[in-house]
Design a protein around this ligand. Structure first.
Ligand code: AP5
Ligand code: MG
Length: 218
């Protein structure tokens, strides 16, 4: 059976950090809508330039554009056995569009893992985040530093800070999460596929919780 898993949670909840654990356990690709937009921007595509205007000020990219981009990604052959969706869906219309996209593939969302973290912790996490622009691996200057300061452990690329991690943009992203994305918790709870995870604990504790949840999926 194909495993389509949604990783839900506010900015800085640890979605990108925990993604590898889920993808390795279920042997599925990682699809982050934010990463897809950043890849488009790095290549200076029209889509990337359009999305950048929204991302910079902490707003959501319009549903139609986002759904088309993720829909194209889900049609790639590596998604035949499922995928981990990180940061998508983020609105009720996106969730309905995902249900339609998967139904056409003869599949459905199997489980939604909701990482729950209070806002004051999110700001601290995002202000110390450094990411690899090449492989997407995420670090934190205090909580999860690279072995060599400023350099990715995996591929040696110089780490960067995201433009949307400035405190004023982070607060805007949190507000957008609460008004536009939080309703998805109820949407998926009603479908009976929501699993809540306390994301305010250490990276390793959260990882262990996710692994025990996945033991029931394999
Ligand atoms: P996106 O890239 O998806 O950003 P986000 O959802 O705001 O989430 P982040 O990537 O900031 O956080 P994360 O949960 O992945 O945390 P991480 O693991 O890095 O989206 C960016 C933008 O693109 C959006 O604002 C929007 O404009 C647009 N967009 C994307 N998808 C869209 C959609 N579907 N619709 C419309 N627009 C869309 O961890 C954060 C930091 O904390 C790291 O430094 C990490 O080391 C540290 N950390 C992680 N876990 C822990 C822990 N347990 N303890 C201590 N530190 C931890
Ligand atoms: Mg992320």
């Amino acid at each position: 059976m194909a495993h389509f898993i949604v990783l839900l949670g506010p900015p800085g909840a640890g979605k990108g950090t925990q993604a590898a654990t889920i993808c390795e356990a279920l042997e599925i690709p990682h699809i982050s809508s934010g990463e897809l937009f950043r890849e488009h921007l790095a290549k200076q595509t029209e889509l990337g330039k359009l999305a950048d205007g929204y991302i910079r000020c902490g707003q959501l990219v319009p549903d139609e554009i986002t759904v088309r981009m993720v829909g194209d990604r889900l049609k790639q052959p590596d998604c035949a056995n499922g995928a981990l969706l990180d940061g998508f869906p983020r609105t009720i219309p996106q969730a309905q569009a995902l249900d339609d996209l998967l139904a056409r593939m003869g599949a459905q969302v199997e489980m939604v893992i909701s990482l729950e973290v209070p806002p004051e912790i999110l700001v601290e996490r995002l202000s110390g985040r450094w990411s690899c622009p090449n492989c997407g691996r995420v670090y934190h200057e205090k909580n999860n530093p690279p072995q060599r300061s400023g350099v990715c452990d995996r591929d040696g690329t110089l780490l960067i800070q995201r433009l949307d991690d400035r405190p004023e943009t982070v607060w805007q992203r949190i507000e957008v999460y609460l008004s536009r994305t939080q309703p998805l918790v109820e949407y998926y709870r009603q479908k009976g596929i929501l699993v809540n995870v306390d994301g305010a604990r250490s990276i390793e504790e959260v990882r262990q919780s996710i692994l025990s949840i996945l033991a029931g999926v394999r």
